[in-house]
Design a protein around this ligand. Structure first.
Ligand code: UD1
Ligand code: UDP
Length: 382
């Protein structure tokens, strides 16, 4: 079986890396990898960390690319690759423009599509934008739907889709577990990362921030940055914000936050360093999908600076709180968590609603037609 995996952005590469590796080890499978290059630098960071090599790299990224420009160019380029490779199966991930364009290009050529991280829904096409549309389109044209959680499976069942559904856990937990093992098993690696971040102040609590969602551009991002500036007035905290490379994000963040002493605006971190930083953090503020899944596994409380989430499991477990983008609300929630030890302890329980590190094994088995045991989320631990 010739399987063509497709990635284009940082999170897709992180979440597909252990699966691409597992496919390469599987007898009877020829695994190939096509990168769209929707992200360039942030994708390359992940490719080199996981020692992935693209068989095809469309190198599509343009500065400040538009959704339609990107989508149109991608469909045409994927069509050429699919015509040459003629894979038996195309594997796409999540809800990016890369995933949607690849799925449609494969569908038009009659090539079966399998969707990793299927079934996530907010029910609101405007949030996240355009990801909610992308994931629905990919699910609609897929013949295999790898739902990370039982709730994602239930979403798919309600839509009465054509594809077969498997509950696999999220591959991000496989990637995170591999990365934590690497950090724990190599003292000199952890020491080198610590040395790279020797500017961190061990006396101040670390608030780690990421943010990049399109629907927050404008007023939402202004508010998020104002909240961070207000929080920086606390002498007991330091804020570390690896700023996404999207120029729209960088413009606002640098304009509002550059020059504040205990706010460290840094370039996107390599995944190893970012995991190391998450483990050091007292609290994580984010609008990222992947970080919402990783932090509960590490026992880190998360405030999600969005109005909606397609990942309700950790919210239900109490480790993730949805706080929106209103600056007053963000500031109040951070103060509450930092000043109420009982509340903080409750939010830092380790929960694993998203995966058990076996997602890739299940997906490979399902692709090869072997039976799988569905992923069952475990109870929270202290
Ligand atoms: C994309 C995905 C989003 C995902 C996010 C992860 C879509 C529509 N959006 O959003 O779902 O959550 O990636 O980060 O698919 N840039 C660089 N270098 C990079 C990456 C980006 O310079 O390595 C700049 C470029 O100017 C690029 C811009 O960022 O045009 C926007 O990138 P794009 O992939 O279109 O959107 P993201 O906001 O990154
Ligand atoms: N991440 C990273 N370096 C950073 C910030 C995030 O490696 O500086 C990782 C993070 O651990 C997660 C993924 O990137 O696995 C999330 O990517 P992003 O927030 O860009 O996209 P989303 O998950 O929102 O689609």
């Amino acid at each position: 079986m010739r399987v063509l995996s497709i990635v284009g952005t940082r999170p897709e590469a992180i979440k597909m890396a252990p699966l691409v590796q597992a496919l390469q080890r599987e007898p009877g499978v020829t695994g190939m990898l096509c990168t769209s290059g929707q992200h360039r630098q942030m994708l390359d960071q992940v490719m080199s960390l996981f020692a992935l090599q693209a068989d095809y790299d469309l190198d599509i990224m343009a500065p400040n690319q538009t959704l339609n420009g990107l989508f149109g160019r991608l469909v045409a380029r994927f069509d050429q690759v699919l015509g040459g490779v003629k894979p038996d199966q195309v594997l796409v991930h999540g809800d990016t423009t890369t995933a949607a364009a690849a799925a449609i290009a494969a569908f038009h050529r009659g090539i079966p599509v399998a969707h990793v991280e299927a079934g996530l829904r907010t029910g609101d096409l405007a949030s996240p934008f355009p990801e909610e549309m992308n994931r629905r389109v990919v699910d609609a044209v897929s013949s295999m739907l790898f739902a990370p959680t039982p709730a994602a499976r239930d979403n798919l069942c309600k839509e009465n889709l054509a594809g077969s559904i498997f509950v696999t856990g999220n591959t991000v937990i496989d990637a995170l577990a591999m990365t934590c093992q690497r950090l724990d098993g190599d003292g000199s690696l952890s020491a080198a990362i610590a040395a790279r971040h020797a500017w961190l102040d061990p006396r101040r609590r670390l608030l780690l921030v990421t943010g990049h969602r399109r629907e927050s551009f404008g007023e939402g991002f202004e508010q998020i940055c104002e909240a961070l500036a207000m929080l920086a007035r606390r002498a007991d905290v330091q804020i570390v914000y690896p700023v996404h490379m999207n120029p729209r994000v960088r413009e606002t963040v640098l304009r509002k936050l550059a020059g504040i002493d205990n706010v460290h605006l840094i370039d996107p971190l390599e995944y190893l360093d970012f995991v190391w930083m998450m483990r050091k953090a007292c609290l994580i503020l984010t609008d990222s999908g992947g970080v919402q899944e990783e932090a509960p596994h590490l026992g880190k409380p998360v405030l999600v600076m969005r109005e909606t989430t397609e990942r309700p499991e950790a919210v239900a477990a109490g480790t993730v709180r949805l706080v929106g983008t209103d600056s007053g609300r963000i500031v109040a929630e951070v103060h509450r968590l930092l000043d109420d030890a009982a509340l903080y302890a409750q939010c830092r329980r380790r929960v694993n609603p998203y995966g058990d590190g076996q997602a890739c094994q299940r997906i490979v088995a399902a692709l090869c037609g072997r039976p799988i045991d569905d992923f069952q989320p475990a109870a929270a631990t202290a």
